[in-house]
Design a protein around this ligand. Structure first.
Ligand SMILES: *[C@@H]1O[C@H](CO)[C@@H](O)[C@H](O)[C@H]1NC(C)=O
Ligand SMILES: *[C@@H]1O[C@H](CO)[C@@H](O)[C@H](O)[C@H]1NC(C)=O
Ligand SMILES: *[C@@H]1O[C@H](CO)[C@@H](O)[C@H](O)[C@H]1NC(C)=O
Ligand SMILES: *[C@@H]1O[C@H](CO)[C@@H](O)[C@H](O)[C@H]1NC(C)=O
Ligand SMILES: CC(=O)N[C@H]1CO[C@H](CO)[C@@H](O)[C@@H]1O
Length: 677
């Protein structure tokens, strides 16, 4: 402890050097000095790396940053940067400043463990003037008992010469025959210095001064404990705002950089995730980023916006191994007056990191470098004959490789790696840097319902260059569109998202984008439809204004929430009695909900169709605009319809809570198949 403190105080020597060294220059020249074998080039302006091994400490120093790790447990005890002796909250105990953690349980046992994966063994993987990589491991064996997670853990930290930050990755391994295990969450958490960090940035628009942890303790919990109404914040500007970490969630594909900026000195702390190949659930799985604390998280996976079944479930001695990361912790600074320059530099660095992916410096054999990976390319076309008789290029489609599974299973897949890209305007795609393994090729196309899965398994080997040629996706379709509501894009973003209730408004972003992230919108339904439920009249209503983004319950009194029934009213002519009509109901989210569909008969005791109870993604409570995607295709007989006005009743039949409900993605009624097509 004493020693550590002394070490953290020694940083002043380097400051003079840092002050005239602009961070940008470090960034631009980084690549020249790093090689996987640790070799160096001549004329290096950056100081050589130093590794100090102490009794219970390891300090990695590259002249920019001093990273102090406890040994052999591998907790991040201190991050010294410039004149700041510890970027982390030094008043917290050493094991709660920066740490890897998982939540795990044994199936059939109630107890769930929050486990910071303390290492029992420390080792230096490489120590040169240009690269240091250290490892903290923990090895399981059966004599350790039920309260120790049956995993081998290897937490790695890397520092490179001339790079203002450090990298961390972890390797988790469950050997064949080991006990059954659930892992519900895995992440690295950083608790930043509370005196310094008040400004948070997640994207160009989502950045702001933040309330404090203390402001939360003086506030009032709302519908659930994470959401706090700030009643007595340190700054009056936050009064009557709501603080909830879920308001700062972000989809995997957009969660490349987020962090905090200190005002004086102007210093930025950033978590960069240059690839989401090791995250679970594909490109649009949302998760937490940074939030009040100040806290910054590198989340690898969690059940947020997906539900408790979204976890790594190892059964019957299934062997499993996965590399989580590396993520990059970047520190920057400038002497400017606004946070903009530090944020702009962080974004620039994020692009540099993504271009360096896959990193060529991590030394675990479990992290394959570019030359051990393969690529696949092709073109995706869509054939939707009632829409266009010709093949259409699948523009900006999401195409990805994921572990073998059923159609669409990638969105709940957690054990493997996923590799996604977007097609160009002509439908062409190339997925590079894929780890050697066997995958399914999956896709979904904006503007079309359903999932595509290529019918042949894809085997990627080191150096593979697989050319698939043209692939054709035939989205579900039985007949011509009679009407449609929304856009098939797997979100409810195009529907009506209300303003928050007065007194619950939070300044979440600069331009007030993504209104759905505001707290308490579920109760706005009752304000807008106090007595009568939503009625959508095809041909007159506009889904942007007349379709509430979430099908929720009506608030009758404080704890009384009643089911609601929405009506879609539409005129038909020439209804073919013997014809078979199809209702497509695409959901963007569901939480303990049941949608009952009745055709032209609101009172029928038995619905024409029910989804039964579905969903635990909790996207309504978590201010999301989507959770998991579900598609229902419902057959309607011509005899159920009339020439004239028809009504489809959508009843969300599970009351009792404001947070139960669904978000629709898109609804379409198709006529019977038409021969001439
Ligand atoms: C890191 O710590 C060492 C030992 O205390 C000190 O000599 C060095 O100046 C520090 N480096 C930085 C970047 O603060
Ligand atoms: C190390 O890599 C560099 C290029 O990054 C190369 O020039 C050098 O020959 C390599 N050295 C060894 C010993 O492999
Ligand atoms: C099991 O692990 C414990 C703790 O690491 C160790 O002391 C013991 O020797 C190990 N037993 C075997 C059989 O490897
Ligand atoms: C609707 O009207 C057409 C004639 O316009 C008729 O052929 C058809 O049977 C009618 N359908 C129903 C369900 O009444
Ligand atoms: C068969 C049936 O229930 N038809 C009804 C469909 O809806 C219209 C308008 O709501 C009614 O007029 C029909 O009787």
């Amino acid at each position: 402890m004493e020693k550590a403190r002394r070490y953290l105080f020694f940083g002043w020597l380097g400051i003079a050097f840092h002050l005239f060294l602009h961070v940008d220059c470090a960034v631009k020249t980084t690549k020249r000095y790093i090689s996987p074998n640790g070799s160096t080039e001549a004329h290096m302006p950056f100081p050589a790396l130093k590794l100090h091994k102490l009794n219970d400490r390891v300090v990695m120093d590259n002249g920019f940053v001093n990273l102090t790790l406890s040994s052999p447990s591998g907790m991040i005890v201190g991050i010294q940067y410039k004149e700041i002796k510890n970027i982390l909250e030094y008043r917290f105990k050493e094991s709660r400043r920066g740490y890897w953690d998982i939540v795990w349980s044994r199936p059939q046992k109630k107890k769930s463990f929050f486990d910071t994966l303390e290492g029992t063994n420390f080792r230096v993987i490489v120590e040169t003037e240009d690269q240091i990589e250290v490892s903290f491991t923990k090895t399981w064996n059966s004599s350790l008992g039920d309260n120790v997670v049956p995993l081998n853990i290897d937490k790695r930290f890397i520092m490179l010469r001339g790079v203002s930050g450090f990298y961390s990755y972890g390797i988790m391994e469950h050997l064949k025959g080991w006990p059954d295990l659930n892992i519900d969450e895995a992440r690295i958490a950083f608790k930043l210095n509370k005196d310094m960090f008040h400004y948070m940035a997640i994207s160009d628009d989502r950045q702001r001064m933040m309330p404090t942890d203390h402001d939360r303790t003086t506030g009032r919990a709302l519908e659930y404990k994470e959401a706090i109404l700030l009643t007595n914040p340190h700054s009056p500007s936050f009064k009557h705002e709501v603080d909830d970490k879920y308001q700062y969630s972000c989809d995997n594909k957009d969660n490349l950089v987020h962090g905090w900026i200190s005002t004086n000195p102007r210093v930025g702390f950033w978590i960069m995730t240059p690839s989401y190949e090791f995250r679970a659930g594909g490109p649009i799985k949302p998760d937490l980023t940074s939030h009040v604390g100040p806290t910054s998280l590198a989340i690898f996976f969690s059940s947020h916006y997906a539900g408790p079944s979204f976890r790594i479930a190892l059964r019957d001695g299934e062997p499993w191994k996965k590399v989580l990361g590396p993520v990059f912790i970047y520190l920057n600074s400038d002497l400017g007056n606004t946070p903009n320059t530090v944020w702009a530099d962080a974004k620039k660095q994020m692009i540099i990191e993504t271009k360096k992916w896959p990193y060529d410096f991590p030394l675990s054999k479990d992290f394959p470098h570019a030359n051990q990976r393969g690529a696949i390319s092709g073109r995706l076309l869509v054939f939707d004959k009632y829409n266009n008789k010709e093949l259409m290029p699948a523009k900006s489609a999401n195409v990805g490789l994921a572990a073998l599974g059923n159609l669409g299973s990638w969105q709940e897949e957690t054990k493997g790696y996923q590799f996604w890209t977007q097609t160009d305007e002509m439908g062409y795609f190339t997925i590079r840097n894929v780890r050697a393994s066997t995958y399914n090729l999956n896709a979904w196309v904006m503007g079309f319902i359903g999932d595509y899965k290529y019918n042949i398994d894809i085997v990627i080997k080191p150096g593979s260059q697989i050319q698939l040629g043209d692939l054709v996706y035939k989205p579900p379709r039985n007949g011509p569109t009679l009407w449609e509501i929304g856009i098939p894009d797997r979100t409810a973003a195009e529907f009506y998202v209300p303003d928050p209730a007065p007194g619950l408004m939070t300044q979440l972003s600069i331009k007030h984008v993504e209104k759905f992230r505001q707290y308490g919108l579920w109760d706005r339904y009752t304000d807008l439809y106090p007595n009568q439920d939503l009625i959508y009249i095809v041909g007159i209503s506009d889904y942007r204004y007349d379709w509430f983004f979430a099908h929720v319950n009506r608030k009758i009194s404080e704890n009384n929430y009643q089911p609601t029934t929405w009506k879609i009213s539409f005129d038909l002519t020439n209804v073919i009695r013997t014809g078979s009509y199809t209702l497509r109901l695409a959901l963007a989210s569901a939480t303990y909900a049941e949608i009952q569909v009745r055709i032209n008969n609101s009172n029928a005791p038995r619905p024409d169709f029910t989804t039964k109870r579905i969903g635990k993604d909790n996207a309504i409570a978590r201010h999301g605009i989507h959770g998991l995607y579900l598609l229902y295709s419902i057959n309607i007989r011509g005899t159920q319809l009339v020439n004239g006005t028809n009504t489809i009743y959508l009843k969300q039949s599970r009351g009792g809570s404001p947070l139960i409900g669904v978000m629709y993605d898109y609804i379409r009624l198709e006529g019977p198949p038409v021969a001439k097509y």
